[in-house]
Design a protein around this ligand. Structure first.
Ligand code: N7H
Length: 443
């Protein structure tokens, strides 16, 4: 049984709010900060139990996580046995970023010691919680950078800026959730440190029930993405140019904008399927009758599709948790404004928008970093000459070849000259248990 009272709320279920602020800070005075961490922050840290029930959800939920340099600033010198975490994201050469030229300057280096996540229904709630926190923390911290995330409005709620429904297929963690059909079932220890299935040894005992938080500010070039789809419709009898453009976008993602998987709806969106949580994950790329994956047929779903690259399901063999320990729980939120009329008509982004990407895992090297480097950016993964993940694949800013997108011609190769997702950088953090905050980090 996992102790949900002791696990920060964002890890297993996400904050479930429309607004989320990421407040990146440095620790200026460790003694003062430790005192405030115990007296002012810890009482506000929202547990999983609190988020599970509407009646116990705080008006503004709060979580906190620390970088390697943050732990050191607190004089916590234990090795976390995680190489990417120890070095920090800015020196991680594995992510396909063209160095840090596109990065938000504050993410370059290792100055960020921690991040506070504040989530609520309104911006006012977040701002007032932040103001009271800042006055409590005083000079013990310095504010380095903030990013305000917000769910998109009205019908786009739950959809990211390209327009696709997001957050459908997070894994079910053993002991926490009963899986929906097709949902990945992952050992508790693949997400939570020190739990059953955590394959990494040598972590300090206080790290148990914490999780590594990967933060990435991923800019999305939405008008440019839409222009690419408009210019390159799949041409097939019976498809209008608009249908053909929508089909190309859906095949790049592996899902239609509604969330309906292209493997189950290969030609046109089926919004009822997209909405239906008992069906929208119920596929594994294998033939339902033989149970085998056809490793040459991409008519139903390209091998390069974003959701297939990042979770190959039966492509690696079944059962999934015996063939892959590379699952993450995603808890990101969009940031930035809606596309303006001028941006849409000029096909050019004027104001930055994107995804405040958050991923939890018990090992960054097996989780986020693995997915980005060895799956999304690996052109021969999975089943031969596949090319890059067309959504998040990164080639240090150089063009990316993507194969299998055109169902009418599987030999057709498409070269993406620009990236539609541009990394603005981020940091690697550890989100400790509440008891670790109380007994180790604040003493
Ligand atoms: Fe991805 N998107 O909104 O376009 N992602 N993602 N992602 N992603 C998924 O199935 C998106 C990114 C994964 O279980 C969906 O919940 C965007 C990174 C994984 O079948 C959509 C960005 C990494 C899955 C998006 C982005 C991943 C997944 C379908 C960047 C890891 C689950 C909704 C701006 C390195 C796959 C859903 C599964 C799904 C989008 C980034 C990983 C719509 C825009 C960096 C594991």
């Amino acid at each position: 049984n996992i102790n949900l009272d002791d696990i920060q709320g964002d890890i297993l279920i996400g904050m479930l709010k429309n607004m989320e602020l990421f407040f990146f800070f440095g620790i200026a005075n460790a003694t003062d900060f430790k005192a405030k961490l115990k007296s002012d922050i810890l009482p506000l840290v929202t547990s999983t139990t609190q988020l599970l029930d509407n009646s116990t959800q705080p008006i503004t939920a709060l979580n906190i996580a620390f970088s390697q340099t943050g732990l050191l600033a607190l004089n916590v010198t234990d090795s976390m046995s995680d190489v990417p975490f120890a070095g920090g994201q800015a020196v991680d050469p594995n992510l396909g970023d063209p160095g840090t030229t596109n990065w938000v300057p504050e993410f370059v280096g290792t100055n960020i010691h921690g991040v506070i996540l504040l989530a609520s229904d309104t911006l006012d709630n977040i701002n007032s919680q932040l103001a009271s926190l800042k006055s409590a923390l005083g000079d013990s911290v310095t504010e380095i950078y903030s990013l305000q995330g917000a769910a998109r409005p009205d019908n786009e709620k739950g959809h990211e800026h390209f327009g696709f429904l997001d957050g459908i297929s997070n894994p079910a963690v053993v002991g926490f959730r009963t899986p929906l059909p097709g949902q990945a079932v992952v050992p508790t220890g693949e997400i939570l440190v020190g739990e059953t299935g955590d394959r990494i040894t040598g972590r300090p005992s206080w790290a148990k029930d914490g999780s590594f938080l990967v933060f990435r500010q991923l800019k999305q070039l939405v008008p440019e993405f839409n222009k690419f789809l408009t210019d390159n419709p799949i041409q097939q009898p019976g498809l209008t140019p608009q249908n053909g453009s929508d089909l190309l976008g859906a095949r790049m993602m592996g899902r239609w904008k509604s969330g309906a998987p292209v493997f189950l709806a290969p030609l046109a969106d089926e919004p009822e399927l997209g909405r239906d949580t008992s069906r929208n994950n119920d596929f594994n790329y294998a033939d339902p009758t033989t149970g085998l994956v056809n490793t040459t047929d991409q008519t139903k779903c390209p091998f390069s599709a974003h959701i297939r690259k990042t979770r190959p399901r039966a492509d690696l063999g079944l059962p999934e948790n015996s063939t892959s320990n590379h699952h993450i729980i995603r808890a990101g939120i969009p940031y930035g404004p809606e596309v303006s009329t001028e941006e849409a008509s000029s096909n050019t982004t004027a104001t930055e928008r994107g995804l405040a990407f958050v991923a939890y895992q018990s090992s960054i090297g097996n989780g986020f970093q693995f997915l980005q480097k060895l799956w999304a950016d690996k052109t021969n993964f999975v089943h031969g000459n596949v090319g890059f993940d067309p959504i998040i694949g990164a080639n240090k800013g150089a063009s990316r070849v993507v194969n299998g997108l055109d169902p009418t011609d599987p030999t057709r190769s498409i070269t993406l000259v620009t990236d539609f997702v541009v990394s603005r950088g981020g940091e690697y953090f550890f989100s400790p248990s509440l008891s670790a905050i109380a007994n180790t980090l604040s003493v």
